[in-house]
Ligand binder design. Structure first.
Ligand code: NAP
Ligand code: HSE
Length: 428
């Protein structure tokens, strides 16, 4: 008879409790699929007394996750505590050091230490798997490393933060201001402990950097992701985008260009009728374009107990089956250094500015754009405030750096009031 595979679970919060539930509920089914039983041997969390809605009495308890990782009666550490450094990284290293495989949902840790941890796993002959770290229940890591492994990937893009998509969707559908929906997201428990990880685009940027590493065979390079959050988006921007047939999405795009690896996570306008444009609420979507397969679209729950635990179990079952795909799809030692693109692919941009309502004001803006070599495609003025008029400009294709320079100059004009919002119009 094949021996069971033994898990040590560090972290019994939303995801950890979800994993325990699946292991308990589907023990026979998992054993049939994995070819051996999957048992939980020991668990760890901060508070031993907390009611987590699951039975834990059959498992050994460790206060210290590093001690859990070092136990000789576990084969796999399931790290579900979170955090870039601290106990998550210490426990992961301890597990690899003592010959265990690791399954984690921790995108923050992998975006910063992914290369080091993958190399360490390789040196110790183990693996570290992270399906749950990107887009929750969507099997995008497995799709890229296995299902699409025969493709030269051209582009990976998607909506990878459920909280931001929830906020933007409700702002649009119910015409609610950002601040109000943000508070609702907080009440629903959607926000990370540090909400800026969500609304600042950092969490989604972490995820994008992991997908880019797999897609392009490069070392994870999170610092090179161009990041911008959704905090400046107004209901006005959303309505004006809708008028033009677009929706605002916090969109991540990674593509290899002649200038290097482009990785950006920013609010963009996407066609309302495109699959990405139709994505509502906290759902995630990842789109992969490969030379042989064409476009593949994956959509599903990007967070929550069940979906995230489902992804964790996929990795656990693979390891139980003896499947050991390299974490980033090829040996860590062979991953290339990603040369960051020094400018992003040109695109049309949407700009919203508040202009003094007096003769010659618009001409000054148009002249500044013209001097920057930026051509105007469309322009609209939306009513009047007391002394200003909101003006919307759509440019023809231009580079981001040219646009940034022009925006800075326009913000310096005496006829322009307050900051300008500029959003890329993405060709999806
Ligand atoms: P959570 O609900 O906050 O749970 C964290 C767990 O870790 C808690 O059980 C906590 O113990 C434990 N913990 C924290 N510090 C610890 C320490 N020093 N020693 C031992 N245990 C410690 O977090 P979560 O939402 O389950 O997220 C876990 C991981 O999954 C994170 O990396 C997160 O980014 C990732 N993830 C989450 C989701 C999601 O939908 N929630 C989706 C994708 C990925 P106590 O319970 O005793 O406080
Ligand atoms: N805060 C994340 C989100 C959780 O909203 O998508 C899942 O990674």
């Amino acid at each position: 008879m094949t021996t069971p595979i033994r898990l040590g679970i560090a972290g019994l919060g939303t995801v950890g409790a979800g994993v325990v539930k699946i292991v308990q509920r589907h023990a026979a089914m998992i054993e049939a699929r994995a070819g051996r039983a999957v048992d939980i041997t020991a668990v760890s969390a901060r508070s031993r007394d907390k009611d987590r809605g699951v039975r834990l009495s059959a498992y050994a308890w460790e206060d210290d996750p590093v001690a859990l990782a070092r136990r000789d009666d576990i084969d796999v550490l399931v790290e579900l505590m979170g955090g870039t450094d601290g106990p998550a990284k210490a426990a992961t290293e301890a597990a690899l050091d003592t010959g265990k495989d690791v399954v984690t949902a921790n995108k923050a840790m992998l975006a910063v230490h992914g290369q080091h941890l993958a190399a360490m796993a390789e040196d110790t002959g183990r693996t570290i798997r992270f399906e749950a770290a990107v887009a929750g229940g969507i099997p995008i890591v497995k799709s890229l490393t296995e299902g699409l492994a025969g493709n030269d990937v051209r582009r990976v893009m998607g909506v990878m933060n459920g909280t931001c998509n929830y906020i933007l969707t409700r702002m649009e559908n119910e015409r609610l201001p950002y601040e109000e929906v943000f508070e609702d997201a907080r009440k629903l428990g959607y926000l990370e402990a540090d909400p800026n990880l969500d609304v600042g685009g950092i969490d989604a940027g972490h995820k994008l950097s992991l997908l880019a590493a797999i897609a392009f065979g490069t070392k994870v390079n999170f610092p090179a992701v161009e990041l911008e959050g959704i905090g400046n988006i107004t209901t006005g921007d959303i309505e004006q985008a809708a008028d033009m047939g677009f929706r605002v999405k916090l969109l991540g795009v990674a593509q290899m260009t002649g200038r290097g690896l482009e990785q950006r996570m920013s609010p963009c306008l996407v066609p309302a009728q495109s699959p990405l444009g139709q994505l509502e609420n906290a759902t995630n979507m990842v789109v992969v374009e490969g030379d042989a397969v064409g476009q593949v679209v994956l959509r599903g729950a990007g967070a929550g107990e069940g979906p995230t635990a489902s992804a964790v179990m996929s990795d656990v079952i693979d390891i139980a089956r003896g499947i050991r795909v390299a974490p980033f799809g090829q040996p860590a030692s062979q991953l290339a250094d990603a040369v960051a693109a020094n400018s992003s692919t040109p695109a049309p941009y949407y700009m919203r500015l508040s202009l003094a309502d007096k003769p010659g004001a618009l001409a000054k803006v148009a002249t500044t754009l013209g001097e920057a070599g930026i051509s105007i495609d469309r322009m609209r003025q939306y009513g009047h405030m007391a002394t200003t008029a909101p003006v919307l400009i759509v440019t023809h294709k231009t580079g981001r750096s040219a646009l940034k320079d022009a925006v800075a100059k326009i913000e310096g004009l005496d006829v322009v009031k307050g900051p300008i919002v500029s959003l890329r119009i993405e060709d999806v």
